[in-house]
Ligand binder design. Structure first.
Ligand SMILES: [Zn+2]
Length: 200
């Protein structure tokens, strides 16, 4: 287990007052949830030493940076304020960011839309999708990212290949990304999968 740190950078910010009181427990629980959904086999989990959660006066929602063993999740106090400290939303964002702490990216080659799609797939499977996510919204590209790609991966997992995201993540630990990975894992090209998904 890594060490978990929580930093409050701007205690006078109105968002700080809205952070759930249970954040010290919520944070590691969200990390464990993300890891358990992403990895069926615990021996594949990369070893992290430390994860810091930093509440900061910044734009956007949250993002994750760091080295291979030490990660930093930066969480926007303006966003905490905007969502009025909604606990389910904060947990959902934390699960998404925790995925970034442990996920593999094909040695830096995986498409950004896939990386974000996997993070939201885990959030979806954790039952923490926000109310505005719409499974029946427009389907433009498989690698559009976030919930669009998450719903596609969810469909592939249910309709084509159980455990697709877990397997994809394990392959991306040691291999560079190429679209042939989908043929290896499902027997179908990504284009074929996407066409089938769009026509459902
Ligand atoms: Zn992300």
């Amino acid at each position: 287990m890594p060490k978990y740190d929580v930093y409050f950078e701007d205690v006078g910010h109105p968002g700080t007052q809205l952070i759930p009181n249970s954040i010290l427990e919520l944070f590691p629980v969200c990390c464990i949830t993300a890891r358990e959904i992403l990895y069926a086999d615990p021996t594949n989990v990369p070893k992290l030493e430390r994860i810091a959660l930093i509440f900061r006066d910044m734009d956007g929602v949250a993002h994750t940076t760091g080295s291979s063993t030490k990660k930093e999740i930066r969480f926007s106090l303006n966003y905490v304020k905007a969502c009025r400290g909604n606990e389910s939303e904060i947990k959902g964002v934390l699960v998404h960011e925790a995925v970034h702490c442990w996920q593999n990216n094909g040695l830096g080659t995986a498409p950004g839309g896939l990386v974000e799609g996997i993070a939201d797939f885990v959030r979806l499977r954790a039952g923490l999708q926000p109310p505005h996510w719409n499974r029946n919204g427009p389907k433009t590209r498989w690698d559009e990212g976030y919930e669009k790609t998450a719903f596609f991966l969810d469909w592939v997992d249910i309709a084509v290949r159980r455990g697709i995201v877990e397997r994809l993540n394990v392959v991306l630990q040691t291999k560079r990304y190429n679209s042939g990975i989908f043929i290896e894992l499902t027997g179908h090209s990504i284009e074929h999968l996407w066409q089938n998904y769009v026509s459902v």
